[in-house]
Ligand binder design. Structure first.
Ligand code: NAP
Length: 289
């Protein structure tokens, strides 16, 4: 917990109060999805200063990623600042809320940099991975969004645990509700929910891309496959909240003698694909950090 904090040397005049600034430390895939979604969600406010967060700081390890982000968010330069990792401490110092969006393997290196833990202890910290003593530390909140945050369709699982002060709870909820839905879970349910929400899209993409490949092999063009598949998935997903919807879908298709769908389903069942998906999810859930 070294507190060798250098004097304040921001190259940017602070345009917004610290409590209205959000730092995303490690702005890769998920960080960019969040940043893009949050910018889009707050851009149509009549006054951009009306939201809880009005300024964003994103950091990356390398200069090349920082430059790429600079170009990507060029039009938002009045409210987005990009730093490289040597300015992580500065980014945290200038922010009231910090999202640690780096890979788990990079987290310790960031946390063990001089002054970082001390600075974070005074902020609201949001991280997918446990860092520090989360059961006793009221400043750390675990949250698992997904890449759909980039188009404001995320499902974010937030760890529901005491004691999280009201103002912090309100801030976390506000941030992730900008990019769509949030659900609070605890313990094993948090891990399972985080796996489904964060990892589910990638897992689903295996099944969907396999189905699409089969259709291209069967005679559709790729463009036709995507257009048909897109609408087919909307039809599957729209009533998903109804109980037994998936069971009904499967049973109605499987009840038709000699139909192509029952042949396809039987092929998958014989290979144990359903059980394989279930086992794979269990393994993923056990690894949620
Ligand atoms: N990808 C997904 O679909 C997804 C979905 C939900 C949750 N997550 C979770 O989000 C986390 C990050 O995954 P990701 O896919 O976004 O990884 P990623 O694309 O590799 O992004 C990690 C970012 O961290 C930066 N970084 C590394 N060391 C740093 C340091 N010392 N200081 C500042 N920045 C640093 C990297 O910068 P450089 O690019 O310059 O190296 C990179 O931009 C993981 O825990 C993952 O499980 C991912």
């Amino acid at each position: 917990m070294g507190d060798a904090v250098p004097p304040y040397t921001s190259p940017y005049p602070p345009e917004r109060p610290v409590h209205e600034t959000l730092a995303i430390i490690g702005c890769g895939h998920i960080g960019q999805a969040l940043l893009t979604g949050l910018l889009a969600a707050t851009s149509d406010q009549p006054d951009r200063s009306a939201g809880k967060i009005t300024r964003f700081i994103a950091t990356t390890r390398g200069e090349a990623t920082a430059e790429m982000l600079g170009q990507q968010y060029n039009k938002e330069s009045d409210r987005v600042i990009i730093y490289t990792s040597e300015n992580n401490l500065l980014a945290i110092r200038e922010s009231g809320t910090v999202i640690l969006a780096c890979r788990p393997g990079d987290l310790d290196g960031i946390l063990n940099t001089d002054g970082i833990r001390f600075k974070l202890s005074r902020k609201l910290v949001i991280s997918k991975r446990v860092c520090g003593e989360p059961s006793t530390d009221p400043t750390v909140v675990r949250a698992a969004p997904n890449l759909a945050a980039g188009w404001k369709c995320s499902m974010t699982i937030i760890e529901n645990r005491e004691p999280l002060p009201e103002d912090r709870l309100a801030m976390v909820t506000w941030i992730f509700e900008r990019v769509e839905q949030v659900k609070f879970l605890f313990g094993d349910a948090f891990c399972a929910g985080a796996m489904l929400a964060s990892g589910g899209p990638a897992v689903m993409s295996v099944a969907v891309s396999g189905m699409f490949d089969g259709c291209v092999e069967g005679g559709l063009t790729q463009a036709e496959t995507i257009a048909i598949g897109h609408q087919m998935l909307i039809g599957l997903v729209a009533p998903l909240n109804c109980p037994h919807h998936l069971l009904h879908m499967r049973e109605s298709a499987a009840s038709c003698p000699k139909a192509p769908t029952i042949k396809t389903l039987n092929k998958l069942e014989k290979q144990g694909v359903r059980g394989l998906f279930a086992d794979a999810m269990v393994e993923g859930i056990e690894c949620v950090p």
